[in-house]
Design a binder for this molecule. Structure first.
Ligand SMILES: [Mg+2]
Length: 377
């Protein structure tokens, strides 16, 4: 089989309401923006992938990647990994391209990807991952609405100027929901986006003091308390608290994860296959983590194609416990997050999300909708 083409669609799907992500302070996000690519082959099998966008920064990339992909065998995934590593030299972090090859491999073999890579589970416990910093009263109401919809766990953002505000929020939510509901908290300190509004920058002492308070509140994990490669600080923090420490969503490639695992930085690793190296890289990192008794719960906050790709990895690995389900109504809802799919992904009656079981990624693209909201480049 040979790759014959790579169609690229620069998409901007409108959100029903503006969404204010805590990780881009004071920025109203109005679109779900992404580069969607369709890789075609001489046998008529096609694979899709998608990488997040902000403005139109992907414009030159499709021409570059076509030069390197066309005429290659899509089953030679390690070749693609080398190409994508090379693309970083000229500034493109495009690991998501590798996902389209797995979509092709799955369709060619008639299997969902997770069954080709380990076949560990067909559904994963989901938690609702919220995204905004809201007032305490509103957040408590929102959390109650999420529980009514069937979620058994909720992730809160703690990124208020003062630590006491972070703790007050978690305390109020814990008091409202009781001890049974799993609460995760994300400080998003590993990659700070500068430019629109102010944000707190945590040091080791704030991270440790926060962790000690959260221990008492029975929090499931504290995510990204320190800088992305503060290996020393993360390892010290992990040793100093019984609270599980999570992170690694934007780390990438084997060397980086060798350090995070080898130095004992995290209890839970969260590489996202669209950012961190692709599905095969994710499978390798999962094995390294498994050997060190570390959990691997991927970050998924991108779009429906990215969520499906990470779900395929979750289905394949033994050391995954939870699936992040990005959901913050009224702005960030499944219909907008998964606008490129024929059907948005949702949870079952037990609060689990099914690993799509059709061949490849297991999801279908709504091409009419893609064409209506994109520019072909
Ligand atoms: Mg996170």
């Amino acid at each position: 089989m040979k790759i014959t083409g790579a169609d690229a669609y620069l998409c901007h799907f409108p959100l029903p309401e503006p969404f204010y992500p805590s990780w881009i302070p004071a920025f109203p996000q109005t679109n779900n923006s992404l580069l969607l690519m369709r890789i075609t082959t001489d046998e008529g099998i096609e694979g899709v992938c998608a990488g997040i966008g902000f403005a139109n920064e992907w414009k030159g990339f499709p021409d570059l990647i076509r030069v390197f992909l066309i005429n290659r065998d899509p089953f030679q995934v390690e070749e693609a990994v080398k190409i994508l590593r090379s693309a970083k030299v000229v500034g493109f972090r495009a690991w998501f391209i590798e996902i389209a090859l797995w979509d092709i491999i799955g369709k060619a073999t008639g299997q969902p990807i997770y069954r080709l890579l380990g076949g560990c589970r067909d559904r994963v416990k989901a938690y609702a991952s919220t995204g905004e910093l809201r007032g305490i009263e509103r957040r408590v109401e929102d959390v109650q609405a999420l529980l009514e919809q069937g979620f058994k766990g909720i992730k809160l953002r703690i990124r208020y100027p003062e630590m006491r505000e972070d703790i007050a929020l978690v305390e109020a939510v814990r008091a409202a929901v009781g001890d049974e509901v799993e609460l995760m908290v994300d400080a998003n300190q590993a990659w700070l986006i500068h430019g629109f509004g102010s944000y707190p920058v945590w040091d080791f002492k704030r991270a440790l003091a926060t962790a000690r308070e959260l221990e008492k509140l029975g929090v499931t994990w504290l995510e990204e308390p320190l800088r992305i490669r503060d290996y020393h600080g993360l390892a010290e923090l992990r040793r100093a608290t019984s609270l599980p420490i999570a992170g690694g969503e934007l780390n990438e490639d084997l060397d980086d994860f060798r350090e995070l695992i080898g130095r004992g930085c995290y209890d839970i690793l969260q590489p996202d296959v669209t950012f961190s190296g692709g599905i095969l890289m994710g499978r390798k990192i999962a094995a390294m983590a498994e050997a060190a008794h570390i959990t691997y719960n991927p970050h998924t906050w991108t779009n429906g194609v990215g969520l499906a790709a990470n779900l395929q990895l979750m289905g394949a690995i033994p050391n995954c416990t939870h699936c992040e389900f990005p959901y913050e109504p009224p702005g960030w809802v499944p219909e907008a997050r998964d606008a490129m799919l024929t059907e948005p992904l949702w949870i079952d009656g037990d609060g689990y999300i099914k690993v799509p079981d059709k061949p490849g990624l297991g999801v279908e693209i709504d091409w009419d909708k893609v064409e209506a909201h994109s520019e072909k480049i």
